[in-house]
Every structure is written in structure tokens, then in C-alpha cells.
Design a protein around this ligand. Structure first.
Ligand code: 6GU
Length: 222
């Protein structure tokens, strides 16, 4: 899987690409993540990427030329183009799973007060990560890249994501490690029993109970 990210703030990605599971997935060639600076595609002598919006009003607007040129130079027949915007369809685990099966993604990070409306025509899909506003699409693109990468075969133990929260619209069951008694808070005895079918049953019930308490909306969708 190849993920190409177009941004005017490439430095924001350094920590993300050089830490933990994402770093290891890149080293092990499970994913290739390329960060492209939109500014380098600007044909303006000052490498301008934004300008005032026609009709007046709020702040600067990303111009179409650098982003069109960047997408056109990167796009292959397999590439799916995603545009990060709070006006997009709300992201969830199912979407992450579907995107993890793609060969190649091009992710455009919107920024400032907005982007020229014509940039929308480049996108196969517009994605938002939730109902709140970020200063730019960079964090959203990292959220999406992270959630997709961990689902690629061989990135984490496959058992780890079979039990993920939101699989089958259920939240994950609680887990414990040592010690058995921490300040009077005890590990449920069934987990110490070694009785696999009882443990499985306890976990299924705990998962459902937790989902009903915290996310009744998910239980209704089941
Ligand atoms: Cl994708 N971009 C921005 N700027 N804000 C957001 C978002 C995206 N998703 C939620 N809020």
C-alpha cells in the first residue's frame, strides 16, 4: 500500500512517521508513505499557494494550480484521491477497513480558511474525522493513515484487530495485566482460571454490556 500525502506543512509528519508501529511498518515495507509539499508544485515565482477569496470575507484560500499539478503528477490508475475536509463524510472503522484494501491513496490536506471549490473535483471522496474544526487536514490525514496502516496484513498481530473496538459494532472488552490485586482493585477471577470457554463468554458479555452502557447507538445498528 502506498499513501501519498499533499500538505503545505510537511514538517508536521516527522514525529508521526518516525514513531512506533508506523515507523516499523514503513521499515518492513508494509506501507510506503510519501509526504509532498504542495508549495514545490506552485508555478508562482514566490511559490505562493494561497490568495484572498473572491467576494471578500474570511482569510486565505488554497489555490487550485499547485494542488491540481501535484495530483496530476502523482495519480496512477490505481490511486484513490481523498480530500480532508470537515464537510466530508464522517470517518469510521468500516471506512478504515475498506481503505486498507486499496493499492494507493492520494490524500489532500486542506488548510487555512479553506480551499478553492474547484479542488473538490479532484477527489474521489471527501472525508471528515468528526464534527469539530481543525486548523488543517494534516492531523486528519494522520488519523486516517494510522488507522489504515495498522489494518494492513502483517503490521500488527492479526488477532489484535479482530478484537478491535467497533468490529461488529462492539466496544472492546476490558483487559488486565499484573498485579492481580492493585490497591484493592482485583482482576476478575475468570481471567485467572485458565478456562478458555468461560473467558470467551465473559469477554463477549463484557463487550456487549460496555457497548450498551457507553454507545447504545452502536447496539441499535447491529
Ligand atoms: Cl478532515 N479537516 C479539518 N480542517 N477539520 C476537520 C476535519 C478535517 N475533520 C474534522 N475536522
Amino acid at each position: 500500500m502506498k499513501i501519498n500525502i499533499l500538505t503545505i506543512f510537511p514538517e508536521m509528519f516527522e514525529g508521526f512517521l518516525n514513531t512506533s508501529i508506523i515507523k516499523r511498518a514503513i521499515q518492513n515495507k508494509k506501507v510506503e508513505i510519501n509526504i509532498y509539499d504542495i508549495r514545490t508544485y506552485s508555478t508562482d515565482p514566490h511559490k505562493k499557494v494561497d490568495d484572498y477569496g473572491f467576494g471578500g470575507g474570511k482569510g486565505m484560500v488554497l489555490m487550485p494550480q499547485p494542488i491540481f499539478d501535484a495530483v496530476e503528477s502523482l495519480k496512477t490508475k490505481d490511486a484513490k484521491v481523498l480530500l480532508m475536509t470537515p464537510q466530508g463524510r464522517t470517518y469510521n472503522q468500516k471506512k478504515a477497513y475498506n481503505l486498507s484494501k486499496e493499492k494507493e491513496l492520494i490524500i489532500i490536506c486542506g488548510h487555512y480558511e479553506g480551499f478553492d471549490e474547484r479542488i473538490r473535483s479532484l477527489a474521489d471522496e471527501e472525508i471528515s474525522i468528526g464534527d469539530y474544526v481543525l486548523t488543517g487536514g494534516e492531523l486528519a490525514s494522520m488519523v486516517i493513515t494510522d488507522s489504515i496502516t495498522r489494518l494492513i496484513d502483517g503490521v500488527i498481530e492479526s488477532e489484535s484487530h479482530l478484537n478491535d473496538s467497533f468490529n461488529n459494532n462492539l466496544l472492546d472488552y476490558p483487559v488486565y495485566t499484573k498485579p492481580v490485586d492493585f490497591r484493592g482493585m482485583k482482576v476478575p477471577s475468570v481471567l485467572l482460571s485458565g478456562h478458555h470457554s468461560n473467558i470467551k463468554k465473559y469477554r463477549e458479555e463484557a463487550s456487549l454490556k460496555r457497548t450498551k452502557e457507553r454507545r447504545p447507538d452502536l447496539v441499535e445498528e447491529r
